[in-house]
Design a protein around this ligand. Structure first.
Ligand code: ACM
Length: 550
């Protein structure tokens, strides 16, 4: 049939050392543990969720019933480990996963699945095979508590089932935060009962750009979609079962044209605006009227009902001040409040929402532009414009999650060359992502403690389908997960493990970028990009942050 031979299977070549992320410590043992139809699985009641997940993951793929009972695989509650820490001890006679909490047991179970043949990642059986894992002792815990990924479901909607699949993919890589960018100029994706037009009007746009903004190409095709409140409840609960916390983002006061299209009284102009059909930073921002503040307080009331996690992102990025500088009510507010300028007006406005969240026991997250008008008290800063912003926020006494756009924005192209689908930004290679260190240089020990972790970001202006999302996310998200979990630095070793991991991704149906570049169907010759060099990106960063003093 002309099929090419598969490359030699490294999994079968010798003892497995192919888990991704690499564990903190791993000691190979002698022999293998072999699963049979009677191999039992048991768990301490406190860890029953992880056992249930493991059975649910393995049984369809392997046909192993894993009946309840002692011996075989045991999830045991022990004292003294961290909340996400686990120990996995496999001998020829048993598999023991020890944890102090359910998250640790879940990560132990995820590791166990990776020790099996990659076919264990399929959703059904592919034939009889012997299921076994190598004897090993693994002692493992993450370096950072915030190991996140942002998915922008606003620019291109990600249907619910695809989002659930991404939650499984994050969990399989021991990532634990999904930052959902739910609202932007080009789409509002969250049903709000009190304001139905947010989704009736704001969830779809007339057409979308094809390629980078400068080419002014449009597809003439409506785009839309939103999550109902029941969809969100389902997503949140599905994520919680996999120890993924969802951080919802309602981006304020910029990136709000979809909301203004739905409710024109939220904007600064008398004209009616459509849901935006261009990419890039838009001028249309919220006005600063009491009624607008009340509107978004109502929105946040519903957000808090739906999302039980501690953090809620209220945006704050890329807010052009043009309209406020020309608006009589905005200028009036600045004068009344004794503020210096529109940057301070933004911080004043944002403080309503951050104080609102703090008063309800939640923690506000906001982008680092909030530094410009003064950080609202208690805000955790999402530092995307480089180390300088992260360091300034830490020194101002704030917790920080870093997501430097030149290192962790996975919408940036993966390699040079015109074959990459919609090449934008500079090159963010697999090697560079693997080498990523979330802690900016120059911080003291105590200051370092304020870096909660990091998140990769999948902005989707140029990612218009789940297939392309796979291409941009993987394998870089696997490298990011390793950088965050254990920080293993041997890239050649990562590549050797990736050869096995790609078979897991194949089994899961993930259309990752092949090492040699895109398959023909993964290219986008119809969508011209705007590739830049790293020097250009760094110069842009320096311009953006030039008003900030370290
Ligand atoms: C961002 O990339 N505007 C946070």
């Amino acid at each position: 049939m002309g099929r090419r031979a598969r490359p030699r299977d490294p999994y079968r070549a010798g003892p497995v050392n192919a888990t991704i992320p690499a564990p903190a410590r791993r000691t190979p043992g002698e022999g293998r543990f072999t699963f049979t139809a009677t191999t039992p699985l048991s768990a301490d009641p406190a860890l029953a969720g992880a056992a249930q997940w493991l059975r649910g993951a393995l049984t369809p793929a392997t046909g192993l019933p894993l009946p309840e009972g002692p011996g075989g695989v045991e999830l045991r509650l022990v004292a003294g480990l961290g909340p996400e820490e686990y120990r996995l001890t496999a001998t020829s006679g048993s598999v023991l996963i020890e944890a102090t909490g359910p998250a640790g047991a879940f990560y132990g179970a995820q590791t166990l699945r990776q020790l099996l043949d990659p076919a264990a990642f399929r959703a059904g059986r592919t034939g009889d095979r012997a299921w076994s894992i190598p004897a090993v002792e693994i002692a493992d815990a993450p370096q950072y508590g915030w190991r996140g990924c942002l998915i922008d479901v606003a620019r291109h909607f990600l249907p619910k089932n695809d989002l659930l699949r991404y939650i499984d993919l994050l969990a399989a890589h021991k990532l634990n935060v999904l930052h959902l960018h739910l609202t932007d100029d080009q789409g509002w994706r969250l049903e709000i009962r009190k304001y139905p037009r947010l989704t009736e009007v704001g969830a779809w746009r007339r057409e979308s750009p094809v390629g980078a903004a400068r080419h002014q190409r449009f597809d003439g095709r409506p785009h839309g979609g939103f999550y109902s409140q029941d969809d969100i409840r389902e997503i949140v609960s599905y994520a919680a079962d996999r120890f993924v916390t969802i951080v919802p983002e309602i981006d304020l006061p910029g990136h709000t044209q979809a909301a203004i299209a739905a409710y024109p009284e939220l904007g600064n102009l008398d004209e009616r605006l459509p849901v935006r059909t261009e990419w890039g930073v838009g001028e249309n921002v919220l006005n600063v009227a009491d009624a607008t503040i009340a509107f978004f307080t109502d929105v946040l009331d519903e957000v808090l009902e739906l999302f039980p996690g501690r953090y809620v992102c209220v945006g704050g990025d890329e807010v052009p001040k043009t309209q406020w500088n020309e608006s009589v009510p905005a200028k009036e507010r600045i004068r009344e409040l004794g503020l210096h300028d529109a940057d301070e007006l933004q911080s004043w406005l944002m403080r309503h929402f951050t104080d609102y969240l703090l008063a309800r026991g939640r923690s506000p997250l906001g982008w680092d532009e909030l530094l410009e008008g003064g950080l609202p008290p208690g805000v955790t800063v999402a530092a995307w414009r480089g180390d300088k912003c992260a360091v300034l926020a830490v020194r101002a006494g704030h917790d920080v999650v870093v997501s430097p756009f030149s290192e962790t924005y996975l919408d940036f192209r993966q390699a040079d060359g015109d074959q990459e689908p919609v090449p934008i930004g500079s090159v963010t290679s697999l090697r560079a992502v693997h080498a990523f260190d979330p802690v900016p240089g120059g911080l003291g020990d105590e200051e370092r403690g304020r870096i909660l972790g990091a998140q990769a970001a999948l902005w989707t202006e140029h990612i218009d389908s789940p297939r392309l999302l796979d291409y941009m996310a993987f394998p870089r998200l696997a490298a990011f997960a390793e950088a965050m979990w254990s920080g293993a630095r041997d890239f050649e070793d990562f590549l050797a493990r990736l050869a096995v991991h790609e078979r897991r991704l194949d089994a899961l149906g993930v259309e990752y970028r092949p090492a040699g570049g895109p398959h023909p169907w993964q290219r986008r010759p119809d969508a011209p990009g705007h590739p830049r060099t790293r020097a250009e990106i760094d110069a842009q960063l320096a311009r953006w942050t030039s008003s900030l003093r370290l």
